[in-house]
Design a protein around this ligand. Sequence first.
Ligand SMILES: NC(=O)c1ccc[n+]([C@@H]2O[C@H](COP(=O)([O-])OP(=O)(O)OC[C@H]3O[C@@H](n4cnc5c(N)ncnc54)[C@H](O)[C@@H]3O)[C@@H](O)[C@H]2O)c1
Ligand SMILES: O=C(O)CC[C@@H](O)C(=O)O
Length: 389
Amino acid sequence: MYQVKTYNAIAQAGLDTFTTNYQLNQSDQPDAYLIRSVDLHQQTLPKSLKVIARAGAGVNNVPLTAATENGTAVFNTPGSNANAVKELVIALLVIASRNLMAAANYSAEHTEADVSQRTEHDKTKFNGTELLGKTLAVIGLGHVGSLVANAALNLGMNVIGYDPYLSADAAWNIAKQVQRASSIEMAVKHADYVTVHVPKNEDTLNLLGTPELAAMQPNVQLFNYSRGGIVDNAAVLDAITTGQVAHYYTDFGEPRLANQTAVTVTPHIGGSTIEAEVNGATQAAQTIMTYLETGNVQAAINLPNLTVPFNAAYRFTVMHQNVPNMVSQITQKLAAANLNIATMANAAKHETAYTIIDVDDLDHDSSQQLIDALNQIPAVYRVRLLIHH
Ligand SMILES: NC(=O)c1ccc[n+]([C@@H]2O[C@H](COP(=O)([O-])OP(=O)(O)OC[C@H]3O[C@@H](n4cnc5c(N)ncnc54)[C@H](O)[C@@H]3O)[C@@H](O)[C@H]2O)c1
Ligand SMILES: O=C(O)CC[C@@H](O)C(=O)O
């Protein structure tokens, strides 16, 4: 029986996909965590933990180095909530262009009987502009950014994108009319609206700060539905004072953003739709089951892709540092145990590597000895033995 610990509100439809081999929140020695935004940086990961699946895109709440050193694979659920964020950003573009917040507040405040005449007089205060023909800059063209860019094109906007790390696969998702900029400054130079959709990491902290804001046109409308810290909030508040930024919309509040008329903060709801939550939880549950039962890896954050059909009776998986001589040390231990390798595969990603070894015959009594021997190889993070059912 595999043990899964969940954090945050995980959609029941996703939890329901776990087979009867899985128990939820029953053990303090979990094999898997299924999480959303819980901050795991504050925790020591249990040695039993083989996999963390983050239902959602961002993994900045997961201590990736500590997870790797613990032999814990980390996955997210790419694209599971991208449409939800896209729809919210498009809604905010319309809200921004038509002064909808102020207009709705006006109607809430004026409820007197003769309001209709007053309305006809006052409504010019809420004149807006149209998105048609305006320019949107999209920083980051992954799952969310590409959908936002394409949807904005369909609204008749000019769209200019910036993403120096765009994968060849992701590029297929972007309409050819989306112009590509070679720097953030070039992307935002002529933009009426700027939206940022990048992961939070050490390279993207304050990605949009004073210099980038200065490169924008006066009166720009800025959206941050990525993470707090990617946009420098202090710089934005200064830019609001000078009129450089007309309004800032973000999903990530902090005290200094509260009660600012030119700032709208939503409570981290970008991915909060029924559909996105079901997608994320279902994808995460599937990822956990695949990894625990087969050891196969597809699109992990801290492991290379490695998928080998599990046809043999037994499978060893070894997560280890990406250093020379690992494969030969591993095979020597198997040879010393008199084991014949049916299939073997190895792949590396940055500093971490992963090896799958399938064998048909295994003496159960000596298997723990072999696992111990493999674990003793310096640079090995975790060894698992899987049995084909
Ligand atoms: N508000 C929410 O609830 C919510 C929901 C989903 C995602 N997010 C956030 O949005 C981020 C993006 O989500 P996604 O699904 O599109 O992820 P993604 O991985 O599909 O796309 C991210 C893109 O950013 C690009 N990128 C990385 N560094 C960059 C840089 N310095 N400059 C420009 N581009 C850069 C990458 O090349 C990639 O194409 C997530 O990491 C998460 O933090 C927030
Ligand atoms: O769990 C959530 O609602 C947040 C999702 C979002 O921040 C993400 O990174 O995908």
